[in-house]
Design a binder for this molecule. Structure first.
Ligand code: ADP
Ligand code: ADP
Length: 238
């Protein structure tokens, strides 16, 4: 479902070069929850940003659902972020939720649907269905500031699912949450994975996250994948 081949990203800033990704080969199968774990600076965010076209690779390819994203060309990648996501069949959730405080919960979920050009009534119906799916029907008219962290992330998940993506990317989605809330959000992701057949690629620095929801995982160090495979096998090897 997601394949990267020889994916390399070199940042150049103020005359210095940083190799954030160094020939990364990643294979995420359809319907899998795949975790990428590693310390801060290992290259996890850069990897996920290359999959989501938020970052352009220096070399190598990224394929999602059979489509070579790196072949899309530079200009296509200049479209506003929600548009790229809506188009790409990829949803994304973030550590700090990235909700618009000026909009209601429902308004946040409707945003990608507006960009996709759905009519008012269809948007509302779809948004309410999604809020129902994440257990937030009663909060449709609330503003995000009234919600707990866990509820905010559920809104983020509903918004990410608005374009019916096959792939959900998660950038440290539970890092800002307490352990109990983390568990409930991870359970929701697991349920969505099973119910919708959603493929999930998540990045985390916490082994517990990998243990509790991931089928497969990769360990990153200094821009490289140093270990990868089925989680139960990885945990079995000393
Ligand atoms: P992680 O998500 O694992 O913490 P990142 O992908 O954020 O790792 O960063 C990998 C490396 O790339 C780090 O050394 C980081 O400082 C560097 N880096 C990330 N983004 C940029 C950028 N926009 N410009 C320059 N260096 C960057
Ligand atoms: P995260 O919590 O996702 O690791 P960071 O604080 O590492 O976020 O990075 C925040 C933003 O700054 C990202 O867009 C990243 O690409 C950029 N960034 C990270 N490291 C550097 C760097 N060394 N130079 C320039 N930009 C960077």
């Amino acid at each position: 479902m997601i394949t990267t081949r020889d994916l390399t990203k070199v940042y150049r800033s103020r005359g210095r070069e940083v190799t954030a990704l160094d020939h990364v080969d990643l294979h995420v199968r359809p319907g899998e929850v795949y975790g990428v774990i590693g310390r801060s600076g290992a290259g996890k965010s850069t990897l996920i940003r290359c999959v989501n076209l938020l970052e352009r690779p220096t070399s190598g390819t990224v394929t999602v659902d059979g489509q070579d994203l790196t072949a899309l060309g530079g200009r296509g990648n200049r479209a506003p972020r929600p548009l790229r996501q809506a188009r790409g069949g990829i949803g994304m959730i973030f550590q700090h939720f990235n909700l618009l405080s000026s909009r209601t919960v429902q308004g946040n979920v409707e945003l990608p649907l507006e960009i996709l050009g759905l009519g008012r009534r269809e948007r509302a119906r779809k948004a309410l269905d999604l809020l129902d799916l994440v257990g937030l029907s009663d909060h449709a008219r609330s503003h995000p500031s009234r919600l707990s962290g866990g509820q905010k992330q559920r809104v983020g998940i509903a918004r990410a699912l608005a374009g019916d993506p096959k792939v959900l990317l998660s950038d440290e989605a539970t890092s800002a949450l307490d352990p109990e809330t983390t568990r409930s959000v991870l359970n929701l992701l697991r349920d969505l994975n099973r119910q919708l057949g959603l493929t999930i690629l998540l990045i985390t620095h916490e082994m517990d996250v990998v243990k509790s929801v991931c089928d497969s995982a990769a360990l990153m160090e200094k821009g490289r994948i140093v270990e990868s495979g089925v989680v139960s096998d990885l945990l079995a090897t000393p």
